[in-house]
Ligand binder design. Sequence first.
Ligand code: SME
Length: 160
Amino acid sequence: MAEELIISTTASKKEKYESLLPQIEALISYEDDLIANLANISAALKQGMGFFWVGFYMVKGDELVLGPFQGPIACTRIRMGKGVCGTAWEKNETLLVPNVDEFPGHIACSSASKSEIVIPISKAGKVTLILDVDSEQLDDFDEVDKEWLEKLVMIVEGNL
Ligand code: SME
């Protein structure tokens, strides 16, 4: 397939997700290598949604280790229960953080990051990956992001 995304710059956030998700689903359906797919998903989300930082952490033993991402360099290892990512992993639930400075134990990989949404990805009921999205704006994520990023995570889970 042609590796080119169709993205409208004038669409609403919901419309952008609506158009992007089927394209991501098609993109990863042609490939069974997890890292290759996570790399392309990061790039598609960065390009399609204009996120400041978007990427994956991979569960390795009792730590999260940085996986494919797009954006500034980031922390490579996060312990379970630490930061937004480690907490989302421990609780196995989506965490929407409007102001990272108000999240106890937030790990500041970049001082530019102001708000964040983190969604765990599971295989056979166990969290194996974390999707993390950061914004330079306060309160930049809402229920629309939660709904659509959780849909994206379901697509990823279907390919694990
Ligand atoms: N802020 C995250 C760390 C990962 S970076 O944002 C890429 C956290 O508190 O877990």
